[in-house]
Design a binder for this molecule. Structure first.
Ligand SMILES: [Zn+2]
Ligand SMILES: [Zn+2]
Length: 288
C-alpha cells in the first residue's frame, strides 16, 4: 500500500531541490499523489518565505510536472499559508489568483514587534524570547493563547482546508521550563482549537518533521492532542513536511502505528482533485 505526502518544500522557499526531484522520488516510492506547499510569499516575509516574484514560476513549474508525469502520479499545487491579520491571509489577491489545489494553514508568526518585524515561533529560541519580552511583557500564557487564537481565526477562512503542525510552538518550551503543554490553560486552548477544526470541517495534519529532525520526541501535534481529536471526530492526514526528497515519507510507519493505536481508521488524501478519507495501515493508505 502506498503513502502520500502533501506538505513539501522545494527550492522556491527553504527546500533543497527542484520540484521535479521530489516527484521522481515519490514515483520511486510508488506514491500515487504528491503535493507542494512552499511557504507563501508576502510583504515582510522572512528569508524562508517564497519571494513574491517567484510565485508565477512556482505555479508554472508544478503545472508542467502535473502534465509530464500524469500517467505516473497525481501532482498538486498548494501553499503553506501564514496568517497575520491585515498582512497575509488566504483572501489576498496573489493567493486567490494562484488557483491552488489546496492550502495548509500554519502558524509561524505570533505578534509584531514595534519596528514592524513579525515574531517567529518557529525560528531560533532567541527570537521567541525576544517576542515574549518585547511584545508580551514576559507573559508566556498570553503569547501562546494569542498563537492559538490566531490559529482559530486562520482556520475559519474559507479556503484553508488543512491545519499544519498545530503545536509547533512546543519546541520553544525548553523542556517545560518556559511553559508546559500539560498546564490547564494550554489544554483549554488546544481543546478550543480542536473544536474549531470540527466545526469548520478542517483536516488536522499529523506532521512527522519534529521527529526526524530530532527537535521533538513525537509528532506535531502530540499524542494526547491526537487522542482528543479522535474523540471529537476531527479528520486527520499524515504529512512529512519534507524539505528534501529523502524525507517524503519519513517516520510514517511508526506514526501510522500510533494513530491506529489511538483508534483512527482513515487518513484524508487529495485524490482526483477531491478530499477523501481512506482506510490505512502501517504500510500505507488503501488507495485502490
Ligand atoms: Zn510550517
Ligand atoms: Zn512546512
Amino acid at each position: 500500500m502506498p503513502w502520500t505526502n502533501y506538505h513539501g518544500h522545494c527550492y522556491y522557499c527553504d527546500g533543497k531541490f527542484a520540484p521535479e526531484a521530489y516527484v521522481e522520488k515519490a514515483i520511486e516510492l510508488k506514491m500515487p499523489a504528491i503535493g507542494f506547499s512552499s511557504h507563501c510569499p508576502f510583504e515582510g516575509g522572512h528569508a524562508w518565505n517564497m519571494a513574491m516574484e517567484d510565485l508565477p514560476k512556482y505555479l508554472q513549474e508544478i503545472s508542467a510536472l502535473k502534465e509530464k508525469y500524469a500517467t505516473d502520479i497525481e501532482v498538486y499545487t498548494g501553499l503553506e499559508m501564514d496568517y497575520i491579520p491585515e498582512v497575509i491571509d488566504d483572501s489576498m489577491p496573489h493567493i486567490k489568483e494562484a488557483n491552488l489545489d489546496f492550502i495548509i494553514g500554519s502558524m509561524h508568526y505570533t505578534g509584531v514587534f514595534e519596528d514592524g518585524r513579525f515574531c517567529e515561533i518557529d525560528g531560533p529560541h532567541s527570537k521567541f524570547v525576544e517576542g515574549l519580552k518585547d511584545i508580551y511583557q514576559q507573559d508566556v500564557e498570553a503569547m501562546i493563547t494569542h498563537y492559538f487564537e490566531l490559529m482559530r481565526a486562520m482556520v475559519e477562512q474559507e479556503t484553508t482546508q488543512i491545519l499544519g503542525h498545530l503545536d509547533k510552538v512546543k519546541i520553544q518550551a525548553e523542556q517545560g521550563i518556559l511553559f508546559s503543554q500539560f498546564e490547564d490553560w494550554y489544554r483549554v486552548e488546544v481543546s478550543r482549537t480542536l473544536e474549531k477544526l470540527k466545526e469548520t470541517n478542517t483536516i488536522l495534519e499529523v506532521n512527522t518533521r519534529g521527529i526526524y529532525k530530532k527537535k521533538t520526541v513525537d509528532t506535531y501535534p502530540s499524542k494526547w492532542i491526537l487522542q482528543l481529536a479522535y474523540e471529537l471526530g476531527v479528520p486527520i492526514m499524515l504529512n512529512a513536511d519534507a524539505h528534501h526528497p529523502d524525507e517524503l515519507n519519513a517516520e510514517f510507519v511508526p506514526t501510522a502505528k500510533m494513530l491506529k493505536e489511538i483508534g483512527f481508521k482513515e487518513l484524508s488524501v487529495l485524490k482526483k482533485g477531491e478530499w477523501v478519507a481512506l482506510p490505512f495501515s502501517s504500510r500505507g493508505v488503501e488507495w485502490g
